[in-house]
Design a protein around this ligand. Structure first.
Ligand SMILES: [Ca+2]
Ligand SMILES: [Ca+2]
Length: 230
């Protein structure tokens, strides 16, 4: 007896009224069970599907700092290079930002010798950095001995503030914040000097160079990513 025959048998049974009622009851119970299992098991599936993990992202930052002094002749250009290797930091160090503080004063020692003109610039290449960042300061010039500061943001999106993120995996967020590519390569600071001679320069051999001091500060960070229990 197949299912169809079974149903027909029940319906066409002598006591068809009661059998039909039993069949209807069976169908109702079956549907109710189906609805129950759907609602309970599917609700869990749906909840799991849309449950999102929350992660805390914490940064710790440290600076590496040093300075150089360059004597640059009139009309000459000198280049200061900086890289992880030159700084002596680990290849995997995560670099956030580089700052060059450039300062000078007339170093000829001649009375009345005015400040020279100094131009500093960073070419947006050589190092993998956030060159499109609008807060970068890539060039400046002065002829009044005022200090100048150039800044390059290296790791895109890094502001150094702890945050909580929703979704994805711990590995995903770890990959986002441990990309060692940023900061790889060598950054070059170009410095050029045009001297302005003083009134007594002709008698003392002239003002044919300038001493430029560059202090560089490189900010690095470490990241810790933790899953926040829901
Ligand atoms: Ca001068
Ligand atoms: Ca000078």
């Amino acid at each position: 007896m197949n299912e169809e025959q079974g149903i027909r048998f029940l319906i066409t049974d002598d006591d068809s009224g009661r059998s039909f009622a039993l069949l209807s009851l069976a169908l109702v119970v079956g549907l109710a069970f189906h609805a129950y299992t759907f609602n309970v098991t599917k609700a869990n599936d749906i909840a799991n599907k849309y449950a999102v993990d929350v992660y805390s992202i914490d940064f710790e930052h440290y600076d590496v700092q040093d300075s150089d002094s360059l004597l640059i002749a009139n009309g000459e250009v000198d280049v200061l290079q900086l890289s992880r290797e030159i700084m002596g930091v680990d290849e995997g160090s995560l670099m956030a930002q580089i700052t060059f503080d450039v300062s000078y004063s007339e170093s000829s020692g001649q009375i009345g010798d005015p400040c020279d003109e100094v131009h500093v610039s960073i070419a947006p290449n050589g190092m993998e950095a956030d060159w499109q960042n609008e807060n970068n300061i890539l060039s400046d010039s002065n002829d009044n001995c005022d200090p100048m500061t150039l800044v390059v943001y290296v790791y895109p999106g890094y502001v150094g503030e702890s945050s909580e993120v929703v979704g994805n995996s711990a590995k995903y967020w770890n990959d986002v914040w441990t990309n060692e590519t940023y900061g790889s390569g060598t950054i070059e600071l170009e410095i050029s000097v045009e001297t302005n001679e003083g009134p007594t320069s002709f008698a003392t051999g002239g003002d044919d160079n300038e001493e430029i001091n560059v202090q560089w500060t490189v900010s690095f960070f470490e990241v810790e990513i933790k899953s926040i229990p829901s």
